[in-house]
Design a protein around this ligand. Structure first.
Ligand SMILES: [Zn+2]
Length: 186
C-alpha cells in the first residue's frame, strides 16, 4: 500500500465512524490569535499541546523557519486576512531552537538538486534571470534575530493597524518550553 492509499483508507474509516464530530468548530479563531511557526515535524502536535490550543482556537501559518520572506508574500497576506476577515487581534511568531533553517547551507541544497537531476543550466538560467537561489533558500543566522525581524516587519507593515499586538517567541522542540523574545504588550 502506498502512502496515499494508506491515508485514504484511514480517512474513509475516520469519516464513517464520525470521528470528526469532536473537532467541529467555526472559521473564526476563538482565541483571536494568528500564529506563524515552523514546519518542523517535532512541532506538529507538541506546539498546540504546549500552548493549550484546540481545534478552532487559532489561525496557524507554517513554513520553513517561521520566516516572512517578503512584506507582500503569502505569509503576510495570510496574517492580513486573519486580522481583517477572521478577527485576529494578536500575532505570535514562534521560532524554535535547532531549526533546519538556522544556517541552512544553500550551496549544499543546490548541489542536492543537481544530484537529483536538475540541470546546471537551469540553475544558471535562473541566476541570469535575476533569481538569487542561494539568497532565496538561505534561512537565518540567529533564530532570535529572525523572530525579532519578523515582529518588526509585521508591526511596521502598512496594512497592519496599531492595535494589533505582535509577540515573538522561541519554543524548545523537545520540551515545548517557550522563551519570550518580544512581548508585544510593551
Ligand atoms: Zn524549523
Amino acid at each position: 500500500m502506498n502512502k496515499l492509499q494508506e491515508i485514504l483508507e484511514y480517512n474513509q474509516l475516520f469519516v464513517e465512524k464520525r470521528e470528526y464530530e469532536e473537532y467541529r468548530t467555526s472559521k473564526e479563531p476563538n482565541r483571536k490569535l494568528v500564529i506563524l511557526s515552523c514546519m518542523d515535524t517535532r512541532l506538529t502536535e507538541l506546539l498546540p499541546k504546549a500552548l493549550n490550543l484546540k481545534n478552532g482556537d487559532i489561525k496557524l501559518i507554517k513554513n520553513a523557519g517561521a520566516t516572512i520572506m517578503h512584506p507582500f508574500g503569502s505569509i503576510m497576506r495570510s496574517i492580513v486576512v486573519a486580522v481583517y476577515e477572521f478577527g485576529a487581534d494578536e500575532v505570535l511568531i514562534i521560532g524554535h531552537y535547532g531549526c533546519g533553517m538556522n544556517n541552512l547551507n544553500a550551496e549544499n541544497t543546490i548541489k542536492k538538486a543537481i544530484d537529483r537531476g536538475i540541470s546546471k543550466d537551469v540553475i544558471a538560467t535562473l541566476s541570469s534571470a535575476g533569481i538569487d537561489i542561494k539568497k532565496w533558500l538561505h534561512g537565518f543566522d540567529s533564530v532570535d534575530d529572525s523572530v525579532k525581524e519578523s515582529v518588526e516587519l509585521i508591526k511596521n507593515h502598512p496594512l497592519i493597524p496599531d492595535d494589533i499586538a505582535v509577540h515573538g517567541l522561541i519554543i524548545n522542540p523537545e520540551t515545548g518550553k517557550l522563551d519570550v523574545v518580544v512581548n508585544g504588550y510593551n
